[in-house]
Design a protein around this ligand. Structure first.
Ligand SMILES: *Cc1c(COP(=O)(O)O)cnc(C)c1O
Length: 244
């Protein structure tokens, strides 16, 4: 587990160095550890090193690990002292109740039906559920997310429903390659985010950037980078679970 310490140090340094280049305060950028396909033991080890926010993509996998973690250490599930859980995977409406009951954040909301269900199903004794609306910034048919032109309607719905606290936007821009320069996508995300703020919507979270592109995302204004591989190592091949 010693490499976790090195990984965390390296990712924090990359964030700090990039913030310096961008003339930004490193405290503006949150590191979310993406722990899909990684064990509860590994999550606990990284948490003990000072990493508090974790992102999961699959509901059943996440709930199983949350249970294991609370058996290892009860304080991990206590409010404010424990891990802050973010749901970041594609969300099906038959899974919203479990998400509303067990996560502090959902970053992958992309339709009104999900907003209505999460609002209704968020337990009244928990703080409002923090939300990011996922934007399909490159208009890729296989990717989740709302198209930019449909974003304002979803923002209005999120603001009007009880139990929800809209925090910002999330995107997974198409990866950079010899044929594709993603700069325009980052810029479009940053402009959608600042446009909403100019209109008076209180937002503080622009979630973009992963292991391979955290620098580019931070240069374009990201306030949350979602890091899996470079923190927790390579994931086991996808066939180890059948959940979608
Ligand atoms: C898996 C995943 C990540 C992390 O990806 P890495 O390349 O391993 O850092 C970030 N965001 C989302 C939505 C993911 O599904």
């Amino acid at each position: 587990m010693n490499n976790l310490k090195v990984n965390l140090h390296n990712v924090r340094s990359r964030v700090a160095d990039t913030c310096k280049r961008a003339d930004r305060d490193p405290d503006e950028v949150t590191i979310l550890a993406v722990s899909k396909k990684h064990s509860a033991e590994k999550i606990l080890a990284l948490h003990r090193l000072g990493q508090d926010c974790f992102g999961e993509n699959y509901v059943q996998e996440a709930l199983a690990k949350m249970n294991q973690l609370s058996e290892m250490d009860q304080s991990l599930t206590a409010e404010n002292t424990g891990i802050e859980w973010h749901f970041i995977g594609p969300l099906q409406s038959n899974k919203t109740r479990e998400v509303a009951q067990n996560f502090a954040w959902v970053q992958s909301v992309d339709r009104i039906k999900l907003l209505r269900r999460l609002s209704k199903q968020r337990p009244g004794d928990l703080p409002d559920l923090n939300l990011c609306i996922q934007v399909n910034i490159d208009r890729e048919p296989q990717k989740a997310g709302v198209l930019p032109e449909a974003l304002p309607e979803l923002v209005q719905a999120a603001l009007s429903l009880p139990g929800l606290r809209l925090r910002g936007l999330m995107a997974i821009p198409k990866a950079a390659s010899a044929e594709h320069d993603p700069s325009a996508s980052y810029e479009l995300m940053a402009s959608l985010f600042s446009q909403l703020k100019r209109e008076g919507v209180h937002l503080d979270t622009l979630s973009m950037g992963m292991s391979a592109d955290l620098e580019a995302a931070i240069m374009h204004g990201s306030t949350m980078v979602r890091i899996g591989t470079d923190l927790l190592g390579p994931r086991p091949p996808a066939d180890s679970t059948n959940e979608t």
